[in-house]
Design a protein around this ligand. Structure first.
Ligand SMILES: [Zn+2]
Length: 267
C-alpha cells in the first residue's frame, strides 16, 4: 500500500507542478491562470496534451517547443520535479494524514512564491493572501478554534516584525530592503508553522540571503575583469522572499529538530 501511495504522491506532485508553472508565468504578468489553456509563451500556439506532460515532454522535446523551437526554460521541468519530490516527502514524513495534505499545499505555495520572487522580484497577493487564510484554516482544522485565533495573531506579529525591520533599514540606508510582499509572506509562514518556526525561518532567511549576497559579490569582484559592464551586486535587489521560502521548506521537515537542538544549549 505505502509504495503505491508514494507513487500516487509523485504523480499528484507532477500535475500540481505543471499547474504551478502556469501560475509562475502568468500571475506576475497579471494574466488569468485558467484561460486561455496551455499556450506556448513565445508564439501563443496552444499546446497539445502529448506535449504538455509534466517533466516527460520537456525531455521528449529536447527542451524546445514544437511550434516555434522556443527554448523552454529549465525552470519548467525543475518546478515539476521539485513539487513531486516535496509531495512525496510530505507523505513519507507525515504519513496518510491531514498534515500531509496541508503541508503539501503549503509547499506548493512556497515553491511558487520562491520562483516568482527569484524570476520577477514579486510575491503576488494571489498567493500570499489566500496562503495566510489557508494557514489559519489549516491550524483551526488540526488544532481547534483557539489555535486558529492565535494563528491569526502570529500572522499579524510576523508582518509587524518585517515592517519594523523594513522601517529600520529605511532609516539607515534610505532605500527599501524588504518589501510588503515579504511581510505578507512571513505572515503566511507564521500562520502555518507558528511563532517559534516563523522566527527560525526569519533568521535562516536572513543568514542564507546574506551569505548568498556576499558570495555573489565576491564572485562578481573576481569576474569583474571578464565582465566589466556588469551591474555591481550591491545595486541589485536580492529576492529575500525566495530565501524565506527555502527556509520555510526546510522548517517543515527539519524545523522541530533544529529548534530542539538550538534550545538544548539553554538547559
Ligand atoms: Zn511556440
Amino acid at each position: 500500500m505505502a509504495p503505491l501511495i508514494a507513487i500516487f504522491s509523485v504523480l499528484f506532485g507532477l500535475a500540481f507542478g505543471s499547474f504551478l508553472n502556469v501560475c509562475i508565468s502568468r500571475l506576475p504578468r497579471h494574466t488569468s491562470i485558467v484561460s486561455p489553456g496551455s499556450r506556448c509563451p513565445a508564439c501563443g500556439t496552444s499546446i497539445s496534451p502529448r506535449d504538455n506532460l509534466p517533466l516527460l515532454s520537456w525531455f521528449l522535446l529536447g527542451g524546445r517547443a514544437r511550434c516555434c523551437n522556443w527554448k523552454i526554460p529549465v525552470r519548467y521541468p525543475l518546478i515539476e520535479l521539485a513539487t513531486a519530490l516535496l509531495f512525496v516527502l510530505c507523505y513519507l514524513t507525515f504519513g496518510l494524514t491531514l498534515t500531509t495534505a496541508g503541508m503539501a499545499l503549503f509547499c506548493f505555495l512556497l515553491l511558487g512564491l520562491a520562483a516568482m520572487d527569484a524570476e520577477f522580484l514579486l510575491l503576488p497577493d494571489a498567493f500570499t493572501l489566500p496562503g495566510i487564510i489557508l494557514g489559519i484554516l489549516y491550524t483551526g482544522i488540526v488544532d481547534g478554534v483557539r489555535a486558529a485565533a492565535w494563528s491569526f495573531v502570529y500572522a499579524l506579529l510576523a508582518a509587524l516584525l518585517i515592517l519594523l525591520v523594513r522601517g529600520g533599514y529605511w532609516l539607515v540606508r534610505r532605500r527599501e530592503g524588504m518589501g510588503l510582499g515579504d511581510a505578507k509572506l512571513l505572515a503566511m509562514i507564521a500562520a502555518w508553522l507558528g511563532p517559534e518556526q516563523a522566527l527560525l525561518v526569519f533568521f535562516l532567511g536572513i543568514v542564507s540571503g546574506a551569505v548568498f549576497g556576499l558570495l555573489a559579490a565576491a564572485m562578481m569582484h573576481i569576474c569583474r575583469s571578464a565582465y566589466p559592464d556588469q551591474v555591481p551586486i550591491r545595486h541589485r535587489a536580492l529576492p529575500f522572499g525566495s530565501f524565506l521560502c527555502a527556509a520555510a521548506l526546510y522548517a517543515i521537515f527539519a524545523g522541530a529538530q533544529t529548534l530542539k537542538w538550538y534550545l538544548h544549549f539553554f538547559h
